[in-house]
Design a protein around this ligand. Sequence first.
Ligand code: SAM
Length: 327
Amino acid sequence: MSTDLIDPFGRTVEYVRLSVTDRCDLRCFYCLPGDYRDFSEPEEWLTFAEIERVIGAFVSLGVRRVRITGGEPLVRKNLPELAGNLARIPGLLDLSLSTNAVGLTRQAEALRTAGIRRINVSLDSLRAECFKQITKGNLDKVINGLMTAKHSGFSPIKINMVVMHGINDDEVEDMVEFCIEHDFTLRLIETMPMGDTGRSASSNYVDLQEVKARLAQRYELIPGVMPGGGPARYVQVAGTNLRIGFITPISQHFCETCNRVRLAVDGTLYLCLGQDHKFEFRPLLRNGISDAGLQDAVQHAITLKPERHEFRERPQQIARFMSMTGG
Ligand code: SAM
């Protein structure tokens, strides 16, 4: 059996984003509707044992990196136990986490001990009022969580900021200074038309090429650093350690280098953030599929990966919110 997962377009899939819940303790207006109730039911959630089997199959076929995400992953009970079990899968080289940091004050230490080394934290504003307007949440809690994570030794810590016109686009420079001060990496993200929420936020869309040009007037930006495995194009701010990544799915898509798939909490594998191509693992797992059968299923699923998203051409297309897919 081949130990590489190569899709029909010649791309090697070596990265899985694993959503452990579709629930969240924030309500970012561009992600989940404030009154949303239609979450998956607990009996539909993959159990830890099921998740470990599917991820184990992916790793046996060449996946080297897994990022735990959601929804908000820290609201899934006993997450450090799952993280510890995943970290022990032979061949998995990199286990990371995306979080809103609300729960990090309580859980950072346990997650670090479990084997997570790197985290990404969503933080769209440093102004309490603006943060509340975007997320309905409390900024102090997030900052406390973030600082607990810093002191627990996570490295790097990357701040993800969705930049939105008229909301927080005037705060990018403040975020740059904050990240320089704390030795965080900054990643700026364009809004994506996922679900009605994402589509309505598209009216706040900011082309990050313009933000980069604006930053270049104030800072010397050295291009081409950190050619990592992800979609961000990085620059370094001269004279500092700060790296700024630009994630530009709309203004400059990066589908030709896409190396990832997303496993949702109900066992649906989404092959693309911006398309409906998917494969269901839960029925197979609950019907007693063998390990070899699971490997075959993973290989088949990868053949379904589409060439690219069509956020620009068909923005109406994706009904799922980001929190369902596993952002
Ligand atoms: N709760 C975790 C967090 O806050 O990082 C993980 C899941 S969250 C859905 C992942 C990322 O998706 C966040 O950085 C969030 O800002 C981003 N996101 C959600 N909806 C989006 C949209 N419509 N456009 C761009 N980014 C979006």
